[in-house]
Design a protein around this ligand. Structure first.
Ligand code: GUN
Length: 290
């Protein structure tokens, strides 16, 4: 293997330690404890795991964490009432409604209800729109984690060719908007399932981001020698193991640097949720973001 492994787990530990320090200072100097509420509807096992991780990470950072578990047959109205109550709750700085919701619930009106100054998941169309017009409030957590991994690795994005595979509202689309902000200045190609000759498009990339949710999608022939490869995929193999979108062993022979799955982007997603909650707590009280 020739590629440098970009260790998201180690980076997450360092960033979380810094966040815990900042939380401690916010408490000591302003008597403020940042609070996150996570709403989980139903019993999707993966969502239960994610919400549990967010809860533990919040508490470890010294934040207030409130978990609201609603039954799978919760009505749209009841879910929206829960969000309204959290909007009005002064102890809560950040609200997150875990996706996917059960099929009978429509996530869009729920996301739209989350007060923009508490939208730490950045999935409210207002928040996404602010980013799209180049005046962001919150960055959504997974793409924010990707930016932090690139920055920590010393990867210069200005003028770089970045190819993102996957146009989801959770990752691909916001990441393309973040990387083209003034100051980041990447040249971004947002590729997707209808992209013609995906392999050739990917080979242009100085930085290749795979965010589709399809195990083994990115093969070694799609990667330029020395490119930085960021794997956002989280797929389960038949024997229950977590695997990314990138054929790791083969691509690591070609890439200059690569994130593993697990231990790459995943730990940074939760970390950036903590960062957003800390920022929300500060901004809501008129303090500078950091
Ligand atoms: N489900 C998978 N990823 C996410 C995320 O970042 N936020 C929420 N709310 N749900 C998710």
């Amino acid at each position: 293997m020739s590629a440098t492994i970009l260790d998201g787990k180690a980076l997450a530990q360092r960033v979380r330690a810094r966040i815990a320090d900042d939380v401690g200072r916010l408490k000591a100097e302003h008597d403020v404890t940042p609070g996150l509420a996570a709403v989980l509807v139903g019993e999707d096992p993966a969502s239960q795991v994610y919400v549990g991780m967010k809860h533990r990470a919040c508490e470890a950072a010294g934040m207030l964490s409130r978990q609201i578990e609603l039954p799978a047959d919760t009505s749209q109205e009841a879910l929206e009432t829960t969000v309204r109550e959290l909007n009005d709750d002064e102890a809560i700085d950040g609200i997150l409604v875990q996706l996917p919701l059960p099929d009978h619930l429509d996530p869009q009106p729920v996301q739209e209800l989350i007060q923009p100054d508490k939208d730490v998941d950045a999935l409210n169309p207002y928040t996404a729109g602010r980013l799209a017009v180049g005046d962001p409030t919150f960055f959504s957590c997974t793409p924010y984690g990707v930016l932090e991994i690139l920055a920590d690795a010393g990867v210069e994005t200005a003028g770089a060719e970045v190819v993102i595979v996957g146009r989801s509202n959770l990752v691909g689309r916001p990441l393309s908007n973040m990387l083209t902000l003034k100051g980041r200045d990447a040249t971004v190609t947002l590729a997707h399932s209808r992209t013609r000759d995906l392999a050739e498009v990917c080979r242009r990339a100085d930085v290749l981001v795979a965010a589709v949710g399809s195990a083994g999608l990115v093969t070694a022939d799609m990667v330029r020698e020395g490119a930085v490869v960021i794997d956002v995929g989280t797929n389960r193999t038949e024997d229950g193991k977590l695997t990314g979108d990138v054929d790791f062993d083969a691509v690591a022979e070609v890439a200059g640097a690569i994130t593993p799955v697990p231990g790459g982007v995943g730990p940074m997603t939760v970390t950036m949720l903590l960062q957003n909650t800390l920022e929300a707590a500060r901004v809501r009280r008129g303090l500078p973001r950091r």
